[in-house]
Design a protein. Structure first.
Length: 158
C-alpha cells in the first residue's frame, strides 16, 4: 500500500479524524455555524509583538554569554588531546545555529505583526474610501426621467 493510499484510508477513519483535529468527531446534527468576523485588536497584536521583540532582545544579549568561554575551553581541550574539545566545538556551533534560528523567528514574528497591523489599516482605509466613492457614483448616475440621460440629482454639476 502506498503512502497516499494509506493516508487517504486514515483520513476516512473517525478515530483518526478525531486524533488529527484534536476535537470530537462531528455529530449528525451539528450546531449551526455563526457568521462571526475575525476580530483582532491592536492591543492583542501589540502584546504579542512586544513579547517577541523582548525575547529577541534578551536572547541577543544573553544567548552568547558563554560563547567565548566555550570556544576557549574547546581549543584548550583539543590542544591537550581530549576528544571532548572537538565535541564542545560542535556543540558551540550547533548552539550558535539554533540561537540564530530562534532570533530570526522572533524578529519575523515581531516584524510580521507590525506589517499586518499597518497593512490591515491601509486596507480598511481603502475599503472605506471605495465605499464612499461608490455612493457618490451611485448618486451621480441617476437617470433623468425627462431626457433619459444620466444627470446628477439636482441638475448638472457645472
Amino acid at each position: 500500500m502506498s503512502f497516499d493510499q494509506e493516508w487517504a484510508a486514515l483520513k476516512q477513519s473517525a478515530a483518526t479524524r478525531m486524533q488529527l483535529n484534536s476535537v470530537p468527531a462531528l455529530e449528525t446534527n451539528p450546531a449551526p455555524i455563526r457568521n462571526e468576523d475575525l476580530i483582532v485588536n491592536d492591543d492583542e497584536l501589540g502584546k504579542i509583538g512586544h513579547s517577541a521583540y523582548m525575547l529577541h532582545a534578551n536572547l541577543l544579549a544573553d544567548g552568547k554569554h558563554a560563547q567565548r568561554q566555550s570556544e576557549a575551553a574547546a581549543t584548550a581541550l583539543t590542544r591537550d588531546g581530549f576528544t571532548m574539545g572537538s565535541e564542545l566545538t560542535n556543540f558551540s556551533r550547533a548552539w550558535k545555529k539554533q540561537m540564530s534560528t530562534l532570533l530570526e523567528g522572533c524578529a519575523h514574528i515581531s516584524n510580521h505583526l507590525d506589517y499586518s497591523a499597518k497593512s490591515m489599516k491601509k486596507e480598511d482605509e481603502f475599503i472605506d474610501t471605495t465605499m464612499r466613492a461608490s455612493k457618490i457614483s451611485e448618486y451621480l448616475n441617476v437617470q433623468n426621467t425627462e431626457t433619459s440621460s444620466p444627470t446628477p440629482k439636482g441638475g448638472p454639476i457645472m
